[in-house]
Design a protein around this ligand. Sequence first.
Ligand code: GLN
Length: 564
Amino acid sequence: MTHSTKYIFVVGGVMSGVGKGITAASIAKIIQSRGIETTAVKIDPYVNVDAGTMNPTEHGEVFVLDDGTECDQDMGNYERFLNRSLTKTNYMTTGSIYLSVIQKERNLEYGGRQVEVVPRIPLEVIDRLGKAATKNKAKVVITEIGGTVGEYENILFLEAVRMLKLKKPEDVALVLVSFVPALGAGGTELKTKPTQHAVRSLNSVGLHPDFIMARAHIPLDKKRKEKLEFMCSIEQGNVVSAPNVENIYDVPLNFEKDGLGEKIFKKLGLKSRIRDMKDWKKLSGAAKNSRKETKIGIVGKYFGSGDFTLTDSYISVIEAVKHAAYALKMKPIIEWLDSEEFSAQGGKSLKKLSGYGGIIVPGGFGGRGVEGKIAVIRHCRENKIPYFGLCYGMQLAVAEFARNAAGMKKANTTEINPKTPFPVIDILPEQKKNVEEKNYGGTMRLGAYPALLKKGTIAYRAYVSGHRSLVSGRISERHRHRYEVNPKYIERLEKKGLVFSGVSLDRRLMEIAELPRFDAAHRKRETHPFFLGTQFHPEFKSRPLHPHPLFSEFMKAAARSKKK
Ligand code: GLN
């Protein structure tokens, strides 16, 4: 059966941070599970052209797509829930919309007419949503509009919804994800009034929600549902309870239990006989049955109390650990380690590392906490604690190895010390000009690049056993960096035992560095359970049902090290 493209918009009421992204991803998932190709779009209402120039401590993780788009962390949720790789058509910001309208104006594409904010900006949004459908071959496009209704910032996006709905009323559904608070700690009397106001606010821009997802710390009782239906004129049954859950991957299953799929299909006139959530149920079951607790430490700089927590800033790393763990029936206990604590206190703090099954140093920029991270890496290397370095974590592992195992005292990345006697990590030649000219937006080495794996290495075996297609030893992984291993030092590092198990196709860029697990002379003697770093970000390609092979290998090593 062919349908015209259907559009679902997800907007937020009362306050931000109530899980619009997970709600949108879950709705997309249940539609997809009924055999209808679905894609998800995120609209962010800020003027930044993309998320690349934003500090993760303020905005959360910068997610990277295959095509190099630097975007909001919600895009990661979409990819993980849908098991699809999305493209730049799936992401837009106020800045990017204005930029293209202004560029079109400069190119005389509006034929000499006056270019007005309305309708031009909303029309550009609608045009891009159509492109997202085409590019992703999707019948349903689900779009999350950032921010909260009633703010100035997203008003033009709501105008786009209004215009689209006016043209194709039967093809558009609007979902309001609203917070329903209770007074007092542990309160059970949920208050619907703020949500009623949010609906009024939507009404004032000519919109009315078809569904209300009521986010609360507990399930919404029948009386409250009826009250919201009555006060907000919502069709009976279309107020859906969305209580807090322990595992985000349970949300689609909970929505289906509430019959949300059926209701959305009815609203949009969609039909399908397929309903296949088998794999997803298995995943949810695996998460519940994962009992072997393993402590994983993630070393980052402490952010203090801001809007965004460490969890927001490293969300893909955390999810990748979980995906790998669940498949191995392990229950990961993730703890944050403040890198500055290690630089300040050194040895004393380092002792506590042996309490972890494994340590991760994730991506990062700048000098704060770097010496602490290097001290952690050294401790892991010397004390056989499984270590996994992601991007910055790989670069710092190379610097640590150079300093302490290859006799290059004070070796460093030039990002931290441009005058180091051993610049083992240096800026990519093609990046130099950008930095000199302060041309920062979208100029890093970004997106998916292929790499070649060396046979017989930990990385090679991991990818083979992870069933990743390894056509002629090739992988493809996502990048976001300006610096790389300096080719001048490769030979010297290799001589001392560091193995570059993944390299770019032209063999110029080192993509993976590792220490062999076993002593070459005595094949059975383990020299290190797992010491590996990647110049790319494997976490961006981990999916709940397809854990990333390197994360799986790291978690296996963590399990073997049998520490809690
Ligand atoms: N700061 C390093 C670089 O630019 C690492 C970047 C990262 O970890 N994403 O190369």
